[in-house]
Design a protein around this ligand. Structure first.
Ligand SMILES: Nc1ncnc2c1ncn2[C@@H]1O[C@H](COP(=O)(O)OP(=O)(O)O)[C@@H](O)[C@H]1O
Ligand SMILES: [Mg+2]
Ligand SMILES: [Zn+2]
Length: 507
């Protein structure tokens, strides 16, 4: 009269086991759930009852009590439908309890018994393996996602009746989901698509090589978005661990592409500038990961940066500093990884055409200043590379030969990354952009010529101490790209070119 089915839930990006206990008691037919069910879990009753009826199993004419343990964590979502239904059948003697041993069961039920997909399956499958469970019973549409984890048998079902048939042996096991292959011709964009734009292309390469955040300043249509989208294509390929991390974040957020259950390409997230601080950094009533976590291991693109809300940009500062976001709740604390590169884009002025070779700017100088001031401060401080993007003329667009491919640029990026890895070792900075002050002093020494050049630039451009360090980091990356052991004046001179907003003289 009592049965237990193991199910799972996700808190943050960590899955944990939930025991679904079903007890059939004497008395009037009632169906109650206990164990802090909230939201959609409360409605499981309706779905489960209807699904059982519609599959011809009927609903026991007893007092049905469903307990979700551990009891102290709130449980939301629809993934407990299937384990509750199977638990009821088992308690009712319609399913041998041995059939459910060693399995983790998740799935939403439609009223007619179809099994619908749920979020977070990848994290739960990984948890099942860690907990020594043999099999996961999941919605068919999540089967490919679950099969990313090896060492557990994945049974993907489309229907409650099918699940019961498979468990009691009257139906064959469904064909295993095709394990993810990675998409053919993986990237659909390539740096070769960009004509001209030598400086901006070089800046992208430097950003990828040293992990530097990047800002493009240029008029509408100059190709800022096009360039930004191509940054992931020249970054080093993701390690298996990175792929798993990013996939789990996407999975718990419900944005994992069905045909790419183990992400193969670095994420590229481009939230609209009206995005709230919570949506950007995570949290809210459901404590979901924010855009910066969805961009983990990839690129967070802030298009039209001056249009973002001030508090949203402020909220990004800490995550970018720490590489993770902490969402605090009364009973628990969630940590979401958030190691993303930021690429931002902006027009040079409100009308967009300040400095344009052919189109006049109609903005008052004060309006330009106000506009620029919107991005000054915390976030701009974290951006090592500021680059002006001038539009490529129509004639040039038509005649220029295709640019170098992403694959070719990526080779150089990889070589520069390898130099950094050797230099910093396992305990040091992951890339030049993340050098700590000690590493900066040790690895960014200048010769006399370099010191003089930098001192003159600081004087002339009125650079802050922060800008000064930033220039050194970028110069270090330029030296790494050139396979030079130390920073030469030429590297410094180029690094100084990437301080567009410091350099430019406003009207
Ligand atoms: N350098 C370029 N090479 C090829 N196409 C370009 C280039 N610059 C702009 N384009 C074309 O112009 C379109 C607009 O570019 P976009 O990246 O949206 O500009 P922005 O973001 O600066 O407003 C692109 O989709 C692309 O078709
Ligand atoms: Mg754009
Ligand atoms: Zn203007």
């Amino acid at each position: 009269m009592l049965s237990t089915v193991v199910s799972g839930a996700v808190l943050g990006i960590e899955a944990y086991s939930v025991e679904v206990e079903v007890h059939l008691g004497r008395g009037m037919m009632v169906f109650s759930t206990v164990g802090l069910p909230v939201g959609a879990v409360c409605e499981a009753r309706t779905r489960v009852k209807s699904a059982l009826d519609n599959c011809g199993f009927g609903f026991p004419q007893r007092r049905v009590t469903v307990n979700l343990a551990p009891g102290h964590i709130r449980k939301d979502g629809t993934a407990f439908d299937l384990p509750i239904a199977l638990g009821i059948l088992s308690a009712d003697g319609k399913l041998p309890s041995a059939a459910l041993e060693g399995a983790l069961v998740i799935g939403e039920l439609a009223l007619d018994g179809r099994v619908r997909g749920v979020r977070g399956v990848l994290a739960m499958a990984a948890h099942a393996r860690r907990s020594g469970l043999r099999r996961v019973l999941v919605p068919r549409e999540n089967a490919a996602e679950a099969s990313v984890v090896d060492g557990v048998e994945v049974v993907g079902v489309e229907h409650l009746a099918q699940a019961v048939g498979v468990l009691n042996g009257s139906e064959p096991l469904p064909a295993p989901a095709v394990p993810p292959q990675g998409r053919p011709g993986s990237a659909d964009v390539d740096l070769a698509d960009v004509r001209g734009q030598a400086v901006a292309r070089r800046a992208l390469e430097v950003a990828a090589a040293g992990g530097h955040n990047l800002l493009f300043v240029g008029p509408p249509g100059s190709g800022k978005t096009m360039l930004a989208r191509r940054l992931p294509t020249i970054a080093p390929p993701m390690s298996f661990e990175e792929r798993l991390e990013s996939s789990i974040i996407a999975s718990v957020s419900g944005v994992l592409p069905p045909d790419e259950p183990l992400l193969d390409r670095r994420p590229f997230r481009a939230p609209h500038h009206s995005v709230s601080d919570v949506a950007l950094t995570g949290g809210g009533p459901l404590a979901r990961p924010g855009e910066v976590s969805l961009a983990h291991n990839g690129v967070l693109f802030l298009d039209e940066m001056p249009e973002f809300r001030r508090n949203a940009l402020e909220a990004l500062r800490q995550p970018l500093e720490d590489g993770h976001v902490v969402v605090a709740r009364a009973q628990y604390r969630l940590v979401y990884p958030a190691r993303a590169m930021v690429v931002a884009a902006m027009n040079p002025c409100p009308c967009g055409y300040f400095g344009h070779p052919r189109q006049p700017c109609v903005c008052h100088p004060n309006a330009i200043r106000l506009y620029r001031n919107r991005i000054s401060g915390p976030l701009l401080d974290r951006i090592d590379l500021q680059v002006a993007v001038d539009p490529v003329s129509t004639a040039e667009l038509r005649t220029a030969t295709p640019g170098e491919t992403s694959a070719a640029v990526r080779e150089r990026v990889l070589a520069a990354r390898e130099r950094q890895r050797v230099r910093f070792g396992d305990a040091g900075a992951r890339c030049n952009a993340l050098m700590r002050p000690r590493e900066l002093r040790r690895h960014c020494k200048l010769d006399a010529g370099g010191e003089a050049l930098l001192a003159a630039a600081v004087e002339r451009m009125n650079l802050s101490a922060r800008s000064h360090d930033r220039i050194l980091k970028v110069a270090r990356t330029l030296a790494d790209l050139g396979d030079a052991p130390s920073i030469a004046p030429a590297h410094l001179a180029e690094a100084l070119q990437y301080r567009q907003l410091d350099r430019e003289v406003l009207p």
